[in-house]
Write a protein that binds this ligand. Sequence first.
Ligand code: NAD
Ligand code: TYD
Length: 342
Amino acid sequence: MKLLVTGGAGFIGSNFIRYYFKAHPDAQIINVDKLTYAANLNNLSEFESRPGYRLVRGDIADARLLEDVFDTPLDAVVHFAAETHVDRSIANARDFIHTNVLGTYTLLDISRKKRIGRFLHVSTDEVYGSLAPGDSADEQSSIQPNSPYAASKAASDMLVRSFWHTYRFPAVTTRCSNNYGPYQFPEKFVPLMITHLLEGKKLPVYGDGLHERDWIFVEDHCRAIDRVLEAGRAGEVYNIGFGHPVPNLEIVRRLIRIVGASEDLIDHVADRPGHDRRYALCTTKIRRELGWEPRVGLQQGLAATVEWYRANPAWVASTRSGEYLAYYEKFYSHRDASLAQL
Ligand code: NAD
Ligand code: TYD
């Protein structure tokens, strides 16, 4: 398979590339990434000189860039690139609309014109909005996004749906719950709590901390994407989740116990505006149809994640120093690259 991966220098994209090369050693991957603040080339340094891997720095909303990239024959597109942090979308959603909506449209448009045989759109459970206790969203549930981030992802999902309906463009959408694991930018909940714990800092829990998320270990998500890429039906949506939503406070308490710190560090801070109370997914479809199951339990996954952050302080420092942004400059932009070599 020759894949175009977008956003492969971010958290899930880089875990996916690592997973995919391991599972399919002969694969070829072109990674188109704008290298925003959320990207980190250290996530992929082990592949820099690997034959069959190529990074192209660029924006998925740039049709000319995509034209160049699509000059090479591709089997499938796996679309991760997005602005992803809810708090940033609350402060200013412009980049979210640019990348998640216009970027997805640009990518869909050229993928259709180039007759790509498979397009996997990576979406989120947040498009279903907040669910009452006991409820869970299946793939037919209504889309009720509540944050500007979720709204921009819902808009991209609707574009994907329209391309299938209108052109029979062979796209499939996955909607996964909250991920955690290695290489996650430490503004997100789990790595933020871990890095604060390792540094003895307070743990900022929004509101009462009883908001529930269905945490899944990133490698289980990557395996699900691989499975959907292989056997998911075009035009369909597949929910992906662990299956046990837990309150944020429980995650914080588990992390505190793993690190061996004190619960006195918990600091209830002002709540996020419009904060969704509960996400929960019905994942029967992917389990029954594609035989996928998560393998990593919550305690095991959290312990492995703490271990990774403990073992990689230089990576954490790099996300904060901005030094890695300068490091990017040693990489060419697509206009300097010889795309014929891709
Ligand atoms: P991330 O923020 O860690 O990484 C996003 C990547 O996209 C970065 O490398 C960034 O440089 C790149 N990017 C941003 N704008 C771009 C543009 N215009 N052109 C090209 N590249 C661009 O995100 P993540 O957590 O890895 O999420 C990846 C995907 O998975 C997103 O689509 C997100 O909505 C979805 N998702 C994430 C989660 C989660 O818990 N993190 C859960 C479900 C779904
Ligand atoms: P986050 O990682 O931002 O994911 P999302 O909002 O997309 O689900 O946050 C996960 C949960 O953790 C969410 O309920 C908000 C909460 N949270 C905190 O309590 N404190 C924090 O510092 C952050 C970043 C999040």
